[in-house]
Design a protein around this ligand. Structure first.
Ligand code: PLP
Length: 406
């Protein structure tokens, strides 16, 4: 399913949006996070996939690989940590804290009684738990019924206290808010709701770092955007808003064509485009793409997406699994890549479009330079092996062979 967004505009980035999220604040976030010890890779690679581009009939496919930035294996490691740092700076001005020292645990003693809480599908909670552990404050994570045991263990490994509830992601968001109110804890959520937008703004702002790095990797001095099309997967809309706002501010009316892709059952952003306002998903909100299985659009994210996402589309779970397999397989000229269930919706959307008449409507042809973001690796390793038919370690072994042969 694909719909053109009637409210998308090609104008300079509006000042009222720049006051909320900006290239300048993304740069500040990047400087603070750059020395965090959890990062194994200061700048993630931007891979060219020429065989895939050829098969699809586009000029270039460029894939930003967020699986390798840290052992946490997802782009969320850019969001929750920066939001936690900014929250603590605001909450304790009298301590005159330095952001990098904070992330290095230098102020742990002063923060020993401070507790943050969040609901999660897995990746955000894991990133928050890791940041809280580095900083030295407490972290409570609320998990809904569909979060797998292996994802729970991955979060608990960073010292977070886990609370399980019945219901879905949205129920866990409400439970986290209730527990915070009752216990005097602070919610660090990646989604906004009525009266709660400062922290999700900081989470989204961190994701602008991906756009900054992708641009630098190509032609940093060129005024024209090096990407003609950007496919972004959507959960509550934070990743897409963080990246799209960055590209919009940088290139204004000349920004690339931007497309958001969601699971069919969790189509809250697609439905928002149809309704012309942030709204709910029409389906069961149950998808193999766990990170994208969100029922409610983040209203703050929608403020950005409404004006700059040209198309919204949905894909089936089976299309995501096929895209995972395709990336894992690699090609003669394409590096084999480990990309998890929620990492590949963008690629699944691109594949669904190519070869159909709608590709021309989007201007997708043999001249297009398409940016994809692989937003996670094998964050649920057993599920990854089951879906791809081999463990991530086997793909990584092939990747090493491929790199050695270059
Ligand atoms: C791997 C992955 N990709 C994409 C997303 C979507 O991000 P957002 O919910 O900010 O739209 C998520 C969300 O959890 C995710 O885990």
């Amino acid at each position: 399913m694909l719909t053109a967004n009637p409210n998308a505009i090609r104008r300079p980035y509006p000042d009222d949006l720049r006051a909320i999220m900006s290239v300048a604040r993304a740069a500040e976030s990047r400087a603070w996070l750059s020395s965090w010890s959890r990062f194994e890779c200061a700048i993630t690679p931007l891979w060219q996939l020429p065989d895939l581009a050829h098969d699809l009939g586009v000029g270039q496919v460029l894939l930003k690989d967020e699986a390798v930035r840290s052992a946490l294996s997802s782009f969320k490691v850019l969001g929750a940590p920066i939001a936690l740092v900014r929250l603590i700076l605001r909450r304790f001005p009298e301590l005159a804290l330095e952001p990098r020292a904070l992330l290095a645990g230098a102020h742990a003693a002063a923060l020993a009684d401070f507790t943050v809480i969040s609901a999660t599908d897995g990746n955000h909670g894991r990133a928050l738990a890791a940041a809280a552990q580095s900083i030295g404050c407490h972290c409570v994570i609320v998990l809904h019924a569909h979060v797998s045991h292996e994802r729970e263990q991955a979060i608990a490994a960073y010292g977070a206290r886990i609370i399980r509830i019945d219901g879905n992601y949205d129920d866990s968001v409400h439970e986290a808010a209730r527990l915070a109110e009752k216990n005097g804890w602070t919610v660090v959520s990646d989604t906004s709701y009525e009266g709660y937008s400062e922290i999700p703004r900081d989470v989204m702002q961190g994701y602008g770092i991906i756009a900054a790095e992708a641009l630098e990797a190509l032609e940093p001095s060129i005024a024209e955007c090096p990407f003609s099309h950007v496919f972004l997967q959507g959960g509550v809309g934070g990743l897409a808003a963080g990246m799209a706002s960055y590209l919009w501010e940088r290139y204004g009316a000349e920004r690339p064509t931007m497309i958001v892709v969601e699971p069919r059952q969790a189509d809250c952003l697609y439905q928002s485009a149809l309704a012309g306002r942030a709204t709910r998903a029409s389906g069961t909100v149950d998808s193999v793409m766990a990170g994208l299985a969100c029922g409610e659009t983040s209203p703050l994210a929608w403020q950005f997406l409404e004006g700059c996402i040209d198309y919204f589309m949905t894909v089936e779970d089976a299309e995501a699994v096929a895209a995972m397999r395709l990336l894992a397989k690699g090609g003669e000229r394409d590096l084999p890549l480990v990309a998890g269930e929620s990492a590949v919706a963008g690629l699944a959307g691109l594949r669904q479009l190519m070869g159909t008449p709608r590709a021309a409507e989007l201007g997708l042809d043999c001249h297009s330079r398409v940016l994809l973001v692989s937003t996670e690796g094998a964050t649920a390793p057993a599920l990854y092996a089951e879906l791809v038919g081999e463990p991530a370690s086997a793909v990584l072994a092939r990747q090493e062979d491929w790199l050695r042969a270059q």
